[in-house]
Design a protein around this ligand. Structure first.
Ligand code: NAD
Length: 477
């Protein structure tokens, strides 16, 4: 183990906290990946105090100067990219190619929001009164709390932290317990880039201790959370009761509709990339696919063949195509979901599981009922339920028959049908002939129903809305 695999808290510019909690490498039984502090609510209190003290000075720094710090941090991550990606693989289990892509995303996010330091922040409006100028301003919320999951352990902290900082907020970040190191690298790059003490604080520890206290603290003006629906809905209640701003990005059960006029091989590639890429551990992963009768055989044959390209293994080995499952718990959850469906009559078209090193092969379930738990509930593994529907209308209805609405896809050659689908599918992101997972950094991202608060979107310029409030100014002479 190298020194870089010790994650500490960052509070008021100082690296603190006894690294007392071990995280083992999910691909290599018995190998330590990282140690981190299991912090108390008192430690969190110190971090919030530091954020309060630092916020006004930070907001008063000219916005281009704030942006320059973000860009410098992006450049530092760029220099450290390979080492950070390797730490990410050791703690999360994805492939090194996926990890390099994710660190690349964090770099681009810092550069993108840094460049917004020079962008307009309001507008000038005409006035009905002579000699009067009206303009709008965006003001920071103050101190914001960020709580992040393990599945994109550096990209999600980056795409919340960067818009929060460029807007003039100070931040307290609580990363996932399973992946403390990746977010620590982000904080380290920002600190090394010259971010003033207290502007970004990072506190590791348990969600129900540190995360809960962060949500309840009245000095925290807003909380942006990405994680499970169950935890998110609980936080929503806490934040709503104290009338603080809250943004939730939660689970998904993303479906793809494959129509007779699609190319079966291309459709299979789209579904396999969305379902098995990132070990299926993406909120935008494809976990349901519906096909019309005419394409059934050709599509399922092609999907089974594609699944063979995603053999699971240690993400640090060069030829590994799919990483391991993040934890024993998640592995057991995947297994229980698949075995439960088979017990209720489903057929496993492909898939096998090896607990040693948490290798869970891509799994396709057929002969499965529309109301089966494996079709309705998020599994968060490389498991796709494949179901037949009579026609386009039945497929659209099946896609929409879900408590979730994050992403939805369609594979078709018809522009008219895909345009209709884009209008009527109930999801925040629609993909035509493209995998449900994977978005550019400049596009609004979020869902409807139980997938999101469906108020403020993340990513791109839209992300600034959550972290600011609007003011209208009249100036007369
Ligand atoms: P999780 O809800 O268990 O944990 C997420 C974060 O919340 C962690 O930092 C955790 O420590 C913290 N937490 C847990 N209990 C808490 C509590 N009581 N109070 C405050 N904080 C608490 O989720 P996870 O297992 O880390 O991530 C997987 C989930 O995240 C999946 O459901 C996935 O769909 C979702 N996700 C959603 C998106 C999106 O953008 N919609 C993106 C990635 C992941």
């Amino acid at each position: 183990m190298t020194n870089s695999a010790i994650a500490q808290n960052l509070i008021n510019g100082e690296w603190l906290g006894a690294a007392d909690t071990q995280r083992m490498n999910p691909a290599r039984p018995g190998k330590l990946a990282v140690v981190s502090p299991s912090s108390s609510a008192e430690t969190l209190d110190q971090a919030i105090s530091a954020a309060v003290d630092a916020q006004v000075g930070w907001a008063e720094m000219p916005m281009p100067a704030r942006g320059a710090i973000l860009i410098t941090a992006g450049n530092l991550l760029f220099e450290r990219k390979r080492a950070i990606a390797e730490d990410l693989v050791r703690e999360e289990g994805k492939t090194i190619a996926e990890a390099l892509g994710e660190v690349g995303r964090a770099i681009d996010v810092l550069r993108f929001f840094g460049s917004l330091g020079w962008a307009p922040t309001g507008e000038v409006l005409p006035s009905g009164t002579p000699d009067t100028t009206i303009y709008t301003r965006r003001e920071p919320l103050g101190v914001v709390g960020l709580i992040t999951p393990w599945n994109f352990p550096i990209a999600i902290p980056a795409w919340k932290t960067a818009p929060a900082l460029i807007s003039g907020n100070s931040v307290v970040l609580k990363p996932a317990e399973l992946t403390p190191m990746s977010a620590t690298h982000l904080a380290r790059a920002l600190a090394d880039a010259g971010l003033p003490a207290g502007v970004l604080n990072i506190v590791h520890g348990k969600g129900r201790i540190v995360g809960d206290a962060l949500a309840r603290d009245n000095r925290v003006a807003g909380l942006s959370f990405t994680g499970s629906t169950a935890v998110g809905l609980g936080l929503h209640q806490i934040l709503s009761e104290r009338r603080a701003r809250v943004q939730l990005e939660l689970g998904g059960k993303n479906g793809v509709l494959v129509l007779d006029d699609a190319d079966p091989r291309k459709a299979a590639k789209v579904v396999a990339a969305g379902g098995f890429g990132l070990t299926g551990q993406a909120c935008t992963a494809t976990s349901r696919v519906y096909y019309t009768p005419g394409i059934r055989q050709a599509f399922l044959d092609a999907l089974a063949e594609e699944a063979g390209n995603f053999a699971p293994g240690d993400g640090l080995e060069h030829d590994t195509k799919m990483g391991v499952v993040v934890s024993d718990n998640q592995f057991a959850q995947n297994q229980a979901a698949v075995n439960g469906a088979i017990g209720r009559g489903a057929t496993r078209l492909v898939g096998r599981h090896d607990e040693n090193g948490l290798r869970f092969s891509p799994t396709v379930l057929t002969d499965i009922a529309h109301d089966d738990a494996a079709v309705r509930e998020e599994i968060f593994g490389p498991v796709v339920a494949a179901l037949e529907v009579a026609d386009y209308e039945a497929g659209l209805a099946a896609i929409n028959d879900s408590r979730y609405g994050l992403t939805a896809g369609i594979c078709t050659d018809s522009l008219a049908t895909s345009t209709d689908f884009a209008r009527r599918a109930q999801a925040g992101v629609i993909k035509v002939n493209r995998p449900t997972s994977g978005l550019d950094l400049n596009v609004p991202f979020g869902g409807v129903k139980d997938s999101s608060t469906n108020t403020f979107r993340e990513q791109g310029r839209t992300a600034l809305d959550f972290f600011t409030w609007g003011k209208t100014v009249y100036t007369g002479i």
